[in-house]
Design a binder for this molecule. Structure first.
Ligand SMILES: Cc1ncc(COP(=O)(O)O)c(N)n1
Length: 508
């Protein structure tokens, strides 16, 4: 669900690791709505930048206006701004549209050393944008450049306090918050600057804010070349979290953790500085909401088992009327016994349900089963089997196995798992009756079993299938993909039990 509108003003990186492409992935991973205004096209990959094509600033401005005057933005995030003129245009529009939050990543030089903002434009950035900035996210080299360009002396950094002091000085230039990123200057365990690679243990990002507030975010130093676009991604993660309502320290801490995990799980692409994994914590459901049952029945683990159940020779013999009557008698008695336990399982589902609507739904199913059982008794009577005889019949193994499996899932797992164990019966009988109704080999006139087929194709049964599917659809979208796979296994197992049920009786 989309929450938070973010307009990114940045350059494009065709290799997808940095710039607009990275920003949009971050925003997508956070469930935000992303808009873009493109300041420059670049030619680059993990090995470096080999070309920059600057977009005319008035065109960049028109893109910004098109977004703001229509969709609007909760946050604007800027990256590579490419030219002094573009900075001026953006500053004017930010004031005109009064966008509440401005996240500025002062991109100047790429990791590979390419100039992404002309040196002279730092003056425009300081003069026009910093006073409107909610949070500025320089790394230490960028922070140093900003300060020296503004006539300030920068002392060599010896400790975290020096980084904090640097942030404070930049804050004087206008931003409400400044996050000085420590990735370029790892510390030892005792928080003094590491002098050798072996000593690099800890990275500290320092956030300074209003009224003297400070937040230090410490992360373990990761010896990794997968750092292309970390700055862009971090600023976008902050933008996303603020757009969704987080306060700044919470947004910054969460964004730092997001990047830390992105580097840890990086996909190792390219031969230079590779991209992060932006989707390390994103779940994608393999079906669209409302279409789980369709997905389920087409699932590779389900499809053949489902077809074996629905088109079972026992079923086909019901359809063409050739099923031996003794088999049908045996089946209907066992099915009666099955339905007793199927009712218990639905009563258990009522107990496990959390809303009165779902409880009453299970209750309705039990009433429907009672109606179905009366039909079974009528059938039995017509074959000369009286009710006491049915009651006295022993359950066959497949009947016991199936029903107790469903009840065990219900006892040991949650409500939805129980619904998945019940589903093959509910959906399956509907599917069987529908298939037989449409099948060319089905005989209607004079078929002893036609009434059975009609029962499961009748409006009330079709409605029960619809309601049952709706319940599953409503709840399944809230599960994780791995849980969905587990639930599908339960469905497959119960479907195999259905096949076992048909197999109890000779069909020729
Ligand atoms: C379009 C664009 N924007 C920003 C960066 C900086 O990212 P990095 O410092 O990781 O190279 C980049 N390389 N390209």
């Amino acid at each position: 669900m989309v929450k938070g509108r973010v307009l990114i003003i940045a350059g494009s990186d065709p290799s997808g690791g940095a710039g607009l492409e990275a920003d949009q992935k971050v925003l997508a991973a956070h469930g935000c709505y992303a808009m873009t205004s493109t300041t420059a096209l670049t030619v680059q990959n993990t090995k470096g930048v080999t070309g920059v094509h600057v977009i005319p600033s008035d065109f960049v401005g028109r893109q910004v206006e098109a977004c703001l005057e229509d969709v609007g933005a909760d946050v604007i995030k800027t990256g590579m701004l490419a030219s002094a003129e573009t900075i001026e245009v953006i500053a004017k529009l930010v004031t005109k549209f009064n966008v509440p939050t401005l996240v500025i990543d002062p991109v100047m030089v790429s990791t590979s050393g390419a100039q992404l903002l002309p040196h002279e434009a730092i003056a425009q950035l300081s003069q026009h944008l910093l006073p409107h900035t909610t949070i500025l996210t320089p790394n230490i080299p960028e922070a140093t450049l900003l300060l020296t360009q503004n006539g300030q002396q920068v002392n060599e950094i010896q400790s975290v306090s020096d980084v904090e002091a640097m942030g404070r000085k930049i804050q004087q230039l206008g931003p409400k918050w400044v996050l000085v990123k420590g990735g370029h200057m790892p510390f030892r365990k005792d928080l003094t600057v590491a002098k050798t690679d072996e000593e690099k243990e800890i990275v500290v990002d320092v956030l300074v804010g209003p009224e003297g507030s400070v937040l230090r975010v410490q992360s373990p130093y990761q010896k990794s070349t997968s750092t292309h676009g970390t700055g862009c991604s971090l600023a976008s993660a902050i933008a996303a979290r603020v757009a969704q309502g987080a306060d700044m320290p919470t947004a910054v801490r969460g964004a730092c953790r997001y990047i830390e995990a992105g580097i840890k799980t990086a996909p190792q692409l390219g031969s230079g500085n590779g991209p992060l994994d932006h989707f390390h914590s994103t779940y994608t459901l393999p079906f669209s909401p409302g279409y789980f049952v369709e997905y389920l029945l087409e699932h590779p683990a389900v499809r053949s088992v489902w077809d074996e159940f629905v088109y079972h020779p026992f079923v086909m013999a019901l359809g063409n009327g050739t099923l031996p009557v003794e088999s049908f008698k045996g089946y209907i008695v066992q099915d009666y016994l099955y339905l007793i336990h199927f009712s218990r399982a639905n009563a258990l589902a009522a107990y496990k349900a959390k809303s009165i609507g779902d409880i009453s739904r299970s209750n309705e199913i039990v009433s429907h089963i009672l109606h179905e059982m009366k039909l079974h008794i009528n059938y039995c009577n017509s074959f000369g089997i009286a009710e006491p005889e049915i009651q006295a019949t022993q359950e066959l193994q497949a009947c016991t196995a199936y029903t107790r499996y469903v009840l065990d899932v219900g006892q040991s797992e949650d409500w939805l798992a129980l619904q998945m164990a019940l589903a093959p019966c509910l959906l399956g009988y509907g599917a069987v009756a529908k298939m037989l109704h449409a099948h060319a080999d089905t005989v209607r006139d004079g078929n002893t079993y036609w009434a059975w087929i009609e029962n499961y194709n009748a409006d009330d049964y079709v409605e029960a299938v619809r309601l049952g599917s709706e319940l599953i659809e409503k709840n399944i979208r809230l599960q994780s993909p791995s849980r969905i796979e587990e639930l599908i296994k339960i469905f497959v197992h119960a479907t195999k039990m259905e096949i076992g049920f048909w197999e109890m009786f000779p069909y020729k």
